[in-house]
Design a protein around this ligand. Sequence first.
Ligand code: T1G
Length: 684
Amino acid sequence: MAKYSRVSESVGLITLQNPPVNALSAAVRQGIVDTVERALSDPKVKSVVICGQNGIFCGGADIKEFGTNMSGPLLVPMIHAIEAANKPVVAAIEGSALGGGLELALGCHYRIAHSKARLGLPEVTLGLLPAAGGTQRLPRLIGVPAALDLITTGKPLDARRISTYPCPRPSDLDALFEGVMEKVRQSARGAIAPVACVQAVRAAATQPYTQGMEREKELMATLFTSGQARALQYCFFAQRAVSRWSMPNGARWDTSKPRPVHKAAVIGLGTMGRGITVALAQTGLSVIAVETQEKQLMDAKQAVSGMLERGARRRGVAPALDKISYSHDIQAVADVDLVIEAVFEDMGLKKKVFQQLASICRPGTFLCTNTSALDVDHLASQTHNPELVVGMHFFAPAHVMKLLEVVYGPRSSPQAVATAMQLGKKMGKVSVAVGNCPGFVGNRMLKPYMEQAFFLLEEGATPELVDRALEEFGFPMGVFRMSDLSGLDVGWRVRKGDGLAEPGAPSGQPARIRQGRRYSPLGDLLCEQGRFGQKTGQGWYQYNKPGSQVARSDPWLHSFLEGYRAQHGLVARRIDNQEVLDRCLYALINEGFRILEDGIAAGPEDIDMIYVFGYGWPRHRGGPMFYASMVGLGKVLERLEHYHQAHPDVPYLKPCSLLWRLVASGSPPLHKWREVIRKLHSQL
Ligand SMILES: C[C@H](O)[C@H](C)C(=O)SCCNC(=O)CCNC(=O)[C@H](O)C(C)(C)COP(=O)([O-])OP(=O)([O-])OC[C@H]1O[C@@H](n2cnc3c(N)ncnc32)[C@H](O)[C@@H]1OP(=O)([O-])[O-]
């Protein structure tokens, strides 16, 4: 796990060997201790070089060891021994030196790195802090401000005994740390690791090294066993696990061969089509962007070029403008490998496009739809080869948001899924393969979540109270601020399509009942008054002018709610944060269990990554299903049952059978749920 060799007679070379990233497992740490002792005791050796096998220095501590009974030498004394060595030790860095890997390099007397090497202390993204001296040595090497910025964000960045260096002290130290701590607390939204990182670096700037190391150790101890660290480490592995997808028919990621895509097309250049065009062009693909309306085509060309140029400036590369050709004629897509349809969310229009594509494109062309909820298989039936049709559901803005739901219908081929998943990865997306049902996974779970928020308004809550509870939980935006941002008319159009929202006074059926279940027309009523949110300057909140993003409480809305409650004989009651969280989150989680039960998602990790990367679920809480496992499935079941009894006319609150079955089987840990689901499916 660490190989020792002698090069040019007097240099002891130590090579870390633990593929794929030379993580500092117990065996590697032992190997380093042994080979360092061997090099220092070898009289012929005048200097020592530490490097990593396979072009990577070291990806840090072995995260897979966390939470287990860790054995082997500790990192801190190991690194101290290197720093105290009486021969110069040099870290030769290629690829990545991250976390404990960089801390190992900081313990060396010199560091030499390949120009493309990435060095960083990403511990904070795992709910931890650099706990092998990183918070004490890095400030001594690059100064407090730069060290703070690096350690609290975990960003990659581009020494004799660094621990003996004095730590450069900015003159306005207290003001600096107060300012950074304020910024960190705001962006962390409840995450504890970034705050601890600031506290550790402050120790480096204000205390001698030994005390600083004690402070680092003390702070790490508070993080290492925290629920947030477990949640963040779960996300680290879950993000990689979703690429190992499977389908109910047994097709899998490792038995399905993707077809290379060299040329793609996007049909429809509205907001989503433009973002998708940018995302495709940035991967180096040739893209044909098609928009039948001449003016929209011109506007799109300008908008796409601007997005490409801004993105290229940020990344310091040339904009891929020449990768895109524009056309108002759909015939232009005749010889592409894959088409993504992104026209207006109307089934009639989409069907027409798919019929055209089926007759224009050459055989074997994959036909994908960016629909956010419509039936992918119904669109597939408009073509001669439904096996070539999948959904590629992007999230706005499509060139920024990392989530991509790849939606397979019952006839989608494994190769179509594999090709879309690989294309998503090439675009830098977290691609998740999901089954075809209304709303797929993300939007399907959003429905009960928003429904509960509306019901809470009817029962006495305000948009501010609901949003504050959800934002204190860690969401970047509560459900009503999010609704104002995306536009109330989006949901209104869907509800009208489902025959739920009726203009004006509902014909016959009571205003608050639809299809035999409780229904809140609040959103419809606001839309009928033209209150679509930010775009109209009024929605659940008010704005200085249309397009402004600063939400302000709206007295009109509060009196409207009072009038609505009076009209429907509803008596407002006090609603606390816990009820908001319980009803919104557990209704969402319950739908997640139904999705697992239906086989629409293969495992809880798929659902969690969809919510972390597509819906702002706070990463330090792991995702809805991980959160349910941390709260305790019995508690979730009890709360759902309680609210189901209180609201029997709300089917979404009825605990689903998979949740009952999991609790009945002793609430197994999340990584064992797939076994229970497999057994459930085998009995169906
Ligand atoms: C004391 C000290 O202060 C503290 C306490 C710490 O040090 S805490 C630890 C701090 N270190 C990190 O946070 C770095 C995390 N890793 C990465 O950022 C990336 O991995 C990479 C290094 C930039 C390579 O990216 P990649 O795209 O080439 O490959 P990959 O797909 O990501 O990873 C390839 C495979 O390696 C696995 N892997 C990667 N890093 C690992 C690690 N540190 N420990 C264990 N496994 C790891 C990963 O799960 C995947 O496994 P599988 O899915 O194939 O089974």
